[in-house]
Design a binder for this molecule. Structure first.
Ligand SMILES: [Zn+2]
Length: 405
């Protein structure tokens, strides 16, 4: 009755929140926007490109720290890491200080499912295959440790009945895709969150946008296609990522710069920035910035920008970012600027040029639209509108009214 009343008055804002679709969210860890925007990379991703063509898409400015678990928590809460409390990787769900999408959904009687999504262990989720620290064996992830912690108990045996190849020694993105297709086919979740991690792993080993990470992405695209084939009609599908990726081709060592200048004081590297709470050190780095490429520095980042994204760095008086392909570290020996690791890196400052992730959303009622650049914190309230729940802590504007027909 209430719904009819509002419909009669045609109040679009209220109707928008009452919208209730099923939702599938797939996170491709380390999916830098350039993978899909640079034609020269020739990434074959027909499923992702179709979603981009048929739905709405954006490049995304991330959060600080621009790190896997903190960012995944921001994707489901709509608040910054300093607010939700996940500032490092490998934290249990109990460390999350704000309501996540699965909490709001479960409280509204919706069935949520999570597959290898960071930070779900112990949360109220109907079906959970958690990612956690003890699952990692170097670069590999132990399948058994995920199976042991999954909920409800015996979930992995049920999946195995459907997919005899499911149980393996090592958990892979294919395991995540099989679990997702099982859940869609047999358990009808209202919300499903899936996390793929192989693109990021390849980037860490072989560099940003490397041929191997592109192959991993092409494989992920295929898995996305398998999941899409099982998605019921009327479901909205979102592709997200936690951060962009940078090449650590040149290392910048601010502590060595300080030593070489014979200057006392402190300098540190946090969230990809070089920062100091010492005015004389700030003056030295302003001078070094004038040296251009030789210093590896790109710009002084206004402290207002630093405080807004990372209040824990408010004690600094100045902050500096590095040039593309230059990554700062805290080593106090070696050349001030020298050869880097030549591998992929993240935890960079979110506003760094080119360092962007992606948001794609498609399905019934979503119109084809290029949103340009958005903030990561806009994603969670948008997804909340898709399923018709409220995230009270999320203050950023939902994109729902822009993207829906
Ligand atoms: Zn990541």
């Amino acid at each position: 009755m209430l719904r009819l009343f509002f419909a009669a008055l045609a109040i679009p804002a209220l109707l928008a929140v009452q919208n209730s679709h099923k939702l599938v969210v797939i996170s491709i860890d380390g999916l830098d926007a350039r993978f899909l925007s640079e034609p020269a990379l020739r990434v074959k991703a027909p499923n992702l490109r179709r979603l981009m063509r048929e739905g709405a898409s954006a490049t995304v400015i991330g959060v600080a720290p621009s790190e896997t678990w903190p960012a995944h928590a921001s994707l489901v809460t709509g608040v910054s890491p300093w607010q939700h409390g996940i500032l490092e990787n490998d934290r249990p769900a109990s460390a999350l200080k704000t309501l996540a999408l699965w909490d709001a959904a479960t409280a509204n009687g919706l069935k949520a499912a999570t597959v290898y999504w960071p930070g779900t262990l112990g949360a109220k989720i109907a079906f959970d295959l958690p990612e956690l620290q003890e699952t990692h064996k170097g670069n590999a992830v132990s399948f058994d440790s995920i199976a042991q912690k999954s909920a409800p108990a015996g979930l992995t045996s049920l999946i195995e009945k459907k997919f005899p190849s499911f149980a393996k020694e090592i958990w892979t993105d294919s395991s995540a895709a099989q679990a997702a297709t099982y859940l869609l086919g047999s358990e009808s979740p209202d919300l499903l969150f899936v996390h793929f991690s192989e693109v990021d792993s390849e980037e860490h080993e072989t560099g940003a946008l490397s041929i191997y990470s592109r192959e991993a992405l092409e494989n992920n695209d295929d898995l996305v296609g398998q999941i899409l084939a099982k998605v019921p009609r009327g479901t909205i599908v979102a592709i997200v990522s936690d951060h962009g990726v940078e090449n650590n081709n040149r290392a910048v060592r601010p502590k060595v710069m300080l030593k070489q200048a014979g200057q006392a004081g402190r300098v540190e590297v946090r969230d990809g920035l070089i920062g100091t709470s010492d005015a004389s050190v700030a003056t030295l780095f302003r001078k070094l910035l004038q040296d251009g490429r030789k210093s590896g520095l790109s710009r002084e980042v206004p402290m207002a920008e630093v405080r807004a994204r990372a209040p824990r760095l408010s004690k600094w008086v100045a902050a500096f970012d590095t040039l593309p392909d230059f990554v700062a570290n805290e080593e106090d020996r070696g050349p001030a600027v020298g050869s880097g690791t030549h591998t992929g890196a993240h935890r960079m400052w979110p506003n760094r040029p080119g360092y962007r992730s992606v948001f794609i959303v498609a399905g019934e009622g979503i119109r084809p639209l290029k949103l340009g650049e958005i903030e990561m914190l806009q994603i969670a309230p948008t997804l909340a509108d898709v399923v018709g729940v409220k995230l009270s802590a999320a203050k950023s504007t939902s994109l729902w009214r822009q993207i829906s027909r």
